[in-house]
Design a protein. Structure first.
Length: 676
């Protein structure tokens, strides 16, 4: 453990420097393009990933937009048109990283905005801020300010460029002239790689001048994959000029007429105007942050937890049937697919803080229940068998070389548990009857058919990939068996609440599923387990989120055994998050704090503290890890517990570094919980 502790201290020094830590803003002036990992601004539908290059955006990603191309012969996330890339010329010379100085970038987490500022020689200071507008799911805004130090001529262009994978690109330019406004629309449309989807984007300038005095906009067609619109303006020394670009990206997966809708939504944004757009966006984020985690006494932990919560909020939105992938909207990681990462790691925190947003995640599974039924049928089982990797349709999307597709069955338990927990938190019996019960019944039927009945106490679940994915094709995996039991019990209780007849076989099966132990009394991870290293938490999940193991002595015994089986690198952050949570509940705040920091500090990437999947990893942003760590704060240090009666608080211990922990806006009643 000494190596880990040293690396944590060292990384803390590298990132923090001598600056004070703002709980809401992550700032950097150490921008090295060769060691730069972008941070995401998103609204649950459209994600924008930052770049070290002025007026460039690395990626624009749309939730729910998939097509078959690229890696693994399965559906992948599509990059959208990069509708915020710009060019800025000062006196005819292009502004670029090489001819700027004093560049600073800052993420404002409270209002989900990203600002870059710098000087251009002795001629101008420049800043721009972009937003993925929370109130408009498909619309983004970039706000630019130029202050002239000398008389100069400013030239600015909005560049619309098609990603390589798109085909049949069509470019359009249109001016809508009305007595009170002129709207210049730069629009592109293309087909996804197989032609299944149509992807469209449109943007427009928002000027500060009164109507009739705006700069003249000129359209230029460069080639089939790129076109732009531009304007120029003279500035006097000391003059500050402000203008914006508002744009929309949408596909036929989201709207039947995406080309016209993209232009309509861009026109809507133009006529709303910059101030109203930003005001409504800020108010929406103020509402989200009514559910917050406040740490007193540890400024860096406070900022980091805000960052994790900010990303979870950014990757999910109310009113959809979409669910986040492990990397959310931060890029094309994991093909944008949905795994157990959602139900077990991201969903619980969202559920206790924003049940209305969590509903989108369970709706995602409910809408894909027919595909899960077919998957069970194909494998010779009853009920519904949810795919390990899921995308638009809900069929199995795991590349065939990964054994997790046909064998990592615990995902079906995770989906059932998530459905039950939604009812527990909301107490919404109407939802339980209409949507929760079908999911619970079908997942319970699956597990009743999945067990092999070899006598009392031996209703075994054989040949699975464990939650610890280094254990492939093993029998009686602790997590899989215990999670299956939980689904069977929860489905039975749901039937009782709804006045329905539960299948009596469910409880018979639950009572006979074995949880094995080793000779030393430690819960055995699977039948063939002999003490080897583990990729991630498995047995320890039986204490949380399940209640299969409740005796504190057994919880500690399992913890002390398996915490020594996790290598120092190559493993995901959720494992240490579970250790954190359980040690906090056992009253050991210091050991909990060690694992809290070990869960993510070695995973941070420069310059904006984005979390990678593993220690020293370079594939951020790992929302799964963030979800696990936020749970360790809410349910570990904070002691929150989801029960059939709603959310309660159990005893827990804080680290000595924290004076207090306050959790606001919890559950439908928006309660407050605190620990001192």
């Amino acid at each position: 453990m000494r190596t880990t502790i040293f690396s944590i201290a060292l990384l803390g020094t590298v990132f923090a420097g001598a600056q004070s830590v703002d709980p809401w803003k992550i700032s950097t002036s150490a921008i090295d393009p060769n060691n730069y990992y972008g941070i995401t601004v998103a609204n649950g539908m459209i994600g924008i990933v930052s770049s070290p290059e002025p007026f460039k955006v690395k990626d624009v990603v749309l939730a729910g937009a998939y097509d078959l191309y690229g890696r693994g012969r399965v559906s992948n996330f599509l990059r959208s048109f990069n509708l915020l890339n710009m060019q800025l010329d000062i006196d005819g010379r292009r502004v670029a990283a090489a001819n700027t100085s004093g560049m600073k970038q800052e993420l404002d987490m409270r209002h989900a905005s990203f600002t870059t500022s710098f000087s251009y020689g002795d001629k101008a200071t420049i800043s721009y801020t972009y937003y993925s507008l929370r109130q408009l799911p498909f619309t983004v805004l970039m706000d630019v300010t130029v202050t002239a130090k000398k008389d100069l001529t400013l030239g600015s262009a909005s560049v619309m460029e098609a990603p390589d994978a798109l085909k049949e690109v069509q470019n359009y330019y249109n001016e809508i002239d009305r007595p009170h406004v002129v709207i210049s629309l730069l629009t592109s449309s293309a087909k996804s790689p197989t032609g299944k989807l149509t992807m469209c984007a449109s943007n427009t300038f928002l000027f500060s001048e009164p109507h009739g005095q705006e700069p003249r906009v000129i359209h230029e067609m460069w080639d089939n994959n790129m076109h732009l619109m531009k304007f120029s303006r003279k500035l006097k020394a000391g003059e500050t000029y402000r203008y914006s670009i508002a744009g929309t990206s949408i596909t036929s997966a989201h709207h039947e007429d995406p080309l016209n809708e993209a232009e309509r939504m861009t026109i809507f944004a133009k006529l709303e105007g910059r101030e109203r757009l930003i005001d409504f966006h800020n108010k929406a984020w103020d509402k989200l942050w009514e559910s917050d985690i406040k740490i007193e006494g540890d400024d860096q932990s406070q900022q980091d937890v805000h960052s994790m919560l900010y990303h979870l909020y950014s990757f999910v939105r109310e009113g959809t049937d979409l669910s986040p992938s492990p990397m959310g909207l931060s890029g094309l990681g994991y093909n944008g697919h949905v795994f157990w990462d959602t139900e077990l790691w991201m969903y619980p925190s969202i559920l206790v803080l924003h049940p209305e947003m969590a509903r989108s995640l369970v709706e995602y599974r409910y809408q894909r229940l027919p595909a899960a039924r077919k998957n069970a049928f194909n494998h010779g089982y009853k009920g519904a068998m949810f795919p390990w990797e899921s995308a638009a349709s809900g069929v199995e999307e795991t590349p065939v070389w990964a054994l997790s597709g046909p064998f990592e069955h615990h995902i079906t338990a995770c989906v059932g548990i998530a459905a039950w927990n939604y009812y527990c938190v909301t107490q919404d019996k109407e939802w339980l009857r209409e949507k929760g019960w079908p999911v619970l019944k079908e997942t319970a039927d699956f597990w009743a058919s999945r067990v092999e009945r070899n006598g009392p106490g031996k209703y075994e679940i054989k040949n699975v990939v464990a939650a610890d994915e280094w254990a492939e094709n093993v029998d009686n995996n602790a997590w899989t068996n215990a999670a299956a039991k939980a689904v069977l019990q929860n489905a039975t209780e749901a039937a009782r609440l709804l006045g329905l007849n539960a299948d009596p076989d469910w409880m018979n099966v639950a009572a006979n599923i074995p949880i094995k132990k080793m000779e030393n009394g430690v819960t055995r991870e699977h039948d063939a387990y002999k003490g080897e290293g583990i990729k991630q938490a498995d047995v320890n999940l039986l204490a949380y989120p399940l209640k299969e193991v409740s005796d504190p002595a057994q919880i500690r015994k399992d913890l002390e055994y398996y915490e020594t089986r996790v290598p120092n690198e190559g493993t995901p952050a959720m494992t240490q998050a579970i250790f954190t949570l359980l040690y906090a509940r056992l009253g050991d705040g210091d050991k909990a704090y060690h694992f809290f920091k070990d869960a993510y500090v070695p995973n941070l990437n420069p310059p904006l503290r984005v979390i990678a999947e593993t220690k020293g990893g370079t594939n951020p942003y790992f929302a799964t890890g963030a979800g696990g760590i936020v749970q360790s704060v809410l349910m570990g240090f904070g002691g929150l517990e989801i029960t059939p009666r709603g959310i309660v608080q159990v005893k827990s211990a804080l680290p000595r570094q924290w004076k207090s922990l306050t959790i606001t806006g919890v559950g439908p009643e928006k309660k407050m919980f605190s620990v001192k």
